[in-house]
Ligand binder design. Structure first.
Ligand SMILES: C[S@@+](CC[C@H](N)C(=O)[O-])C[C@H]1O[C@@H](n2cnc3c(N)ncnc32)[C@H](O)[C@@H]1O
Length: 268
């Protein structure tokens, strides 16, 4: 462990799920106090407007053609800038400690002896559901909720045991599942979740162009070739459980809605 003393500091900031106004006041203040902003793909660029004039903006998210910057390079960047005495705003989509590798970055800062703090953000797991009219818990439908990754970046497939996951909680919130959701739906049914269990898949949650695909696990698990027309690309989050039944009654945010299932898709 290197205890290099420095006047610099790193704020690990949750920039919220999308809609810029879902940024917390504490996050906006930290952004305004920073010399450099290091931000990811899923950070709404509108939140960068809170930065002070002359602050440096460093994008470290996905790049169209070029390879993305590695986690080790990002850690190095944060540490070096703080050692130079800079105040660094490290902006991540949603909450930094929910599937955001914020924990890994915090560990690197601790090991380098850098002053840091985390500012939690509203996770897409909570906000996309809310903007789709889905309360994750409800006395009549669900008393537990689990956040699960549908994808493990170190492997081509998630390392979650989906047969077990079928029973993790009444409501399952599945991140990073755009490519894997049909396999996951099949595994949840095999694991004992009813095939009629409602599911909603939310793309670009909280943004004006939010899309919500809804149906049952069976609709997704069905091998019917009509599903080949189902085109769900990231960022998408799936909500599985009876709470999804409330989405039409509680539908307060205007968005595009699609029904899952061969019949609905064929008629699109
Ligand atoms: C690397 S994880 C980061 C999660 C983030 N830390 C959070 O708390 O929301 C990225 C995944 O979050 C989900 N996600 C993030 N923003 C989203 C949004 N606006 N709508 C739907 N899903 C979103 C998607 O599953 C996406 O693949």
């Amino acid at each position: 462990m290197n205890n290099t003393s420095t006047n610099g500091k790193v704020y690990l900031i949750g920039a919220g799920p999308g809609e810029a106004k879902l940024l917390t006041i504490k996050a906006a203040e930290a952004i305004a106090a920073s010399d450099v902003l290091v931000y990811d793909y899923l950070v709404n660029p509108e939140v960068l407007a809170y930065s002070r004039r002359g602050a440096e903006l460093v994008y470290v998210g996905k790049r169209a053609a070029a390879p993305s910057i590695s986690q080790a390079e990002i850690n190095h960047l944060l540490i070096e800038r703080a050692r130079q005495g800079q105040i660094v705003a490290r902006l991540k989509g949603g909450d930094p400690f929910i599937f955001g590798r914020g924990g890994e970055e915090a560990e690197a800062l601790v090991e380098a002896g850098i002053e840091w703090q985390v500012i939690p953000g509203i996770s897409a797991g909570v906000a996309a559901a809310a903007y789709a009219g889905i309360p994750l818990t409800h006395r009549g439908y669900a008393s537990s909720v689990a956040f699960i990754t549908g994808h493990d970046s170190r492997k081509s497939r998630s390392d979650v045991d989906w047969h077990q996951a079928a029973h993790f909680a009444d409501t399952l919130v599945i991140f990073m599942c755009a490519e894997t959701i049909r396999d996951i739906a099949r595994a949840l049914i095999e694991g004992g979740r009813k095939s009629s269990t409602p599911i909603a898949i939310i793309r670009w949650g909280t943004y004006e162009d939010q899309q919500v695909f809804a149906g049952t696990l069976e609709d997704l698990a069905d091998e019917n070739e009509a599903h080949e027309t189902l085109d769900i690309r990231p960022p998408a989050i799936a909500i599985v459980g009876e709470v999804v039944l409330l989405k039409d009654k509680l539908n307060w945010f205007k968005h595009q809605a699609f029904e899952l299932g061969a019949h609905a898709l064929l008629n699109r």
